[in-house]
Design a protein around this ligand. Structure first.
Ligand code: 4NP
Length: 147
């Protein structure tokens, strides 16, 4: 249950950050990220996002954007969207019969605000660090229950 795909719109701000932060906290998980849009395919994470993440110990420089694909439903155990628009765009591509859970990263389903527009890169990192802790805690509770 530990292959997790983080998805946002562009795959250059929120989802690569969610991937790197969660990886730093839980290196045993198999993590990736993607964007519902193809605008930035092949690009590294957005410069200001990298600059905000680096002093916290997260190196985003090696990541490259890719677009979400319906095949991702078969390659991951869980898909984690950054907002309700992402969730809707992901669900619209679900293959018939597939049951992979798609959730929103925040515990209450509120959006992770897009710092590409808000310019609040540090606030985005604060929220992503908190959501990553909660996601990891939820996974270990599930592991305990199924052990
Ligand atoms: P992200 O932010 O979805 O967190 O990667 C965005 C980055 C770029 C664009 C949209 C959202 N864009 O339209 O170029």
């Amino acid at each position: 249950m530990h292959r997790i795909l983080f998805v946002c719109l562009g795959n250059i701000c929120r989802s690569p950050t969610a991937e790197a932060v969660t990886r730093a906290k839980a290196p045993h998980l198999a993590l990736d990220s993607a964007g519902t849009a193809g605008y930035h395919i092949g690009n590294p994470p957005y410069g200001p996002m990298q600059s905000a993440a680096r002093p916290r110990g997260y190196d985003l420089s090696g990541l490259r954007a890719r677009q979400f694909s319906p095949n991702d439903f078969n390659s991951f155990d869980m898909i984690v969207a950054m907002d309700a628009d992402n969730l809707r765009d992901i669900e619209a591509q679900r293959p018939a019969g597939n049951t992979t859970p798609v959730t929103i990263f925040t515990p209450d389903g509120a959006p992770v605000p897009d710092p590409y527009y808000t310019r609040d890169f540090d606030g985005c990192l604060d929220l992503i660090e908190d959501c990553a802790d909660r996601l990891i805690a939820g996974l270990s509770r599930t592991d305990d229950a199924t052990r």
